[in-house]
Unconditional design. Structure first.
Length: 67
């Protein structure tokens, strides 16, 4: 299990990482947040990795949640 600092220092987050950062949020909501962040990445012209599980840039997640 990763610490919060380890999660926040990695370049990309998965829904499971987000769930670990915000335990009160459900996993389905975490997945939706990752998808929204991926759409934002695409609209800004960032590289969007085509992976499973979905990943999003940590800096966008931090901005969206004020972490």
């Amino acid at each position: 299990m990763k610490t919060k600092d380890e999660i926040l220092n990695q370049p990309y987050l998965t829904a499971r990482d987000l769930k670990q950062l915000i335990p009160t949020m459900g996993i389905n909501k975490c997945i939706e947040c990752i998808k929204v962040a991926r759409e934002e990445m695409q609209s800004k012209g960032y590289y969007v990795p085509q992976t499973r599980p979905f990943v999003a840039l940590t800096k966008i997640i931090k901005k969206n949640f004020g972490i």
